[in-house]
Write a protein that binds this ligand. Structure first.
Ligand SMILES: [Zn+2]
Length: 211
């Protein structure tokens, strides 16, 4: 899909303690092409979401993403609603292009929001430590890349009448913001695309319960 663009460039190449997050490319998880036009936006804040579908067996994560995308496109949206997707083992997947406004069925305007979705229903289950760690890393990357304040990291329910991202994740966000600050002070995060055969191998490993 070529949507990674400059995102794969190191952000703080001089920082010794910089960490890398691997981003599984769209084609690797079997995303369909967008079915309509996107609206461009400039990211000013980051919003945390859940999928609202409980996920117990992480081997199902890639197929869940495919079904979310199909359901969202069936609503008439051009693509999966969210920009970055995180499974229970902390694998990170590329969603909708980040330059494009997300979609929502709730009463807020998603323009300017980078939408980060954690797979699961956190009204019914707790996020795993691997998932929260990946969330911290993705948010640290987003804060740096888009030059938004850590304070702009909020749960969806702070903008709209919704339970999203679920009680068990929402109550972690204070801790998450603190850990994002620590990660940025420690050197930040680089996002590296995991595409082609590498991306396909990672998705195979996830579906085999090995990643
Ligand atoms: Zn949400």
């Amino acid at each position: 899909m070529g949507t990674l663009g400059s995102a794969v460039l190191p952000l703080r190449a001089s920082a010794g303690a910089q960490r890398t997050v691997e981003l599984i490319c769209r084609q690797a998880w079997g995303a369909r092409n967008p079915t309509g036009d996107f609206e461009r936006h400039r990211i000013r804040r980051i919003t945390v979401h859940h999928s609202a579908v409980a996920l117990r067996d992480n081997r199902l994560a890639p197929s869940r993403l495919r079904s979310h995308q199909a359901a969202h496109q069936d609503r008439g949206w051009p693509d999966i609603a969210y920009h970055l997707l995180i499974d229970r083992n902390g694998n990170v997947y590329e969603g909708r292009p980040r330059w494009a406004v997300g979609d929502t069925s709730t009463n807020y305007d998603p323009r300017g929001h980078l939408l980060v979705m954690c797979e699961g229903n956190f009204q019914e289950q707790r996020p795993s430590s691997a998932q929260v760690q990946a969330l911290v890393d993705v948010l640290a990357w987003g804060v740096d890349r888009y030059d938004v304040g850590v304070r702009t990291i909020r749960g969806h329910l702070e903008y709209a009448d919704t339970a999203c991202p679920g009680r068990a994740l929402q109550r972690r966000l204070g801790e998450v913001r603190r850990r994002v600050r620590e990660r940025l002070e420690a050197g930040g995060i680089r996002l590296a695309g995991l595409c082609g055969e590498e991306g396909a191998a990672r998705v195979d490993a996830i579906e085999a319960g090995k990643a």
